[in-house]
Design a protein around this ligand. Sequence first.
Ligand SMILES: [Zn+2]
Length: 441
Amino acid sequence: MDVHLENAMSTVPNIIVVAHRPNYNLCMQQLQAFKFELRPDGQQERQMRRFAGSCRFVFNEALALQKERYEQGEKKLGYAGLCKLLTEWRKGPETPWLADAPTHPLQQTLKDLERAYANFFAKRADFPRFKKKGQSDSFRYPDPKQIKLDQGNSRIFLPKLGWVRYRNSRKVVGEVRNATVSLSGGRWHVSIQTRQEVEDPRHPARSIVGMDMGVACFAALSSGEIIAPASALQKRQRQLARAQRAMSRKVKFSNNWKKAKARIQRIHTRIGHARRDFLHKTSTAISQNHAVVVIEDLQVRNMSKSAAGTVHLPGRNVRAKSSLNRSILDHGWAEFRRQLEYKQTWRGGMVIAVNPRNTSRMCPACGHVDKANRKTQARFKCVACGHTAHADVNAANNVLAAGHAVMACGGDVRPHPHLGVGTAAPMKQEPTEATQIASAN
Ligand SMILES: [Zn+2]
């Protein structure tokens, strides 16, 4: 075997993720979330603020306690222990207002803290941080028995809030599982998660495609298609920079400064919407056209972290890297992958993630791996055999080849629902969303 080919094959054992598919007989459980803007009256709005505040308080109290225990060499309290404490706080003389908030959302906050710790220990996230007012103000009702949804009258019943009206933009399907109330951009929303059994779908397409995520362009497909980044985002980015400069010229905490700050907040919200819209449209289109999508298993989190470095080891190339990072985050790769995975699951297709090593340097014609193969961002020219191609499309073809290799090793090339590929255990399906902004699911 050729040395270079061997090199290419060595990527095979490093598969990380295979399509997420629960193993049900003929049905698949579909989790879906429907997000609506709430239209609370004044009293309800005040209560929602208070409830979110109570949840934040409980989260921060519990986190402070765990930190203290850690410093004193004591074991971390478990969820049950924390719940017991919560009951004491609710009855205690110092925080009587906690008793006004609904119990379940407060307990859910403790669950969130547990999860934050678990993610930290599994190295999926940073150490849990204290919550600040105005940052992800939200609370969750976990018990479907306490939630009533009256779609005909566009209202939802939530404990201690009563009937709250909402902007009914689409029909909620499935059985309600839980509801999360949150504040963003100065408006309250409810996200209703549902579950329903659907028949195991078969993907209408039979094709397989490789995908290379780029910096200059959003992505390139092995079929030769190039997906440009959302121009709306770049326009907003410029707006944002201008607004930030304007704010820096104002006297801090003055009225004009506050106005400028509110404007920045609005632009951030719009950037968020534009990004979501772009990601949903793109992931839907790709998922509709291809039964199997092979992507690179990029560690986006690591890539966007490394730039700043630490005090002892300052990052090199900070400026160049941070602009790359900004463009990575702009593009929202992690979110894109999540969407692509659940959309493929719904359609009966799959996503295969392969090791990204050498995908941009390898020649698909002769297998030669060389940095010199890619002298410029745009062109690929093999120094061994002279093969030339569009650099990103070339990388996408290498990704596709790696995907074929994975499927060959897994024993089944067809995206069959009950066989799957590779070794990963069926994972819990991620909740998915369908909101007003993203209707194209
Ligand atoms: Zn070559």
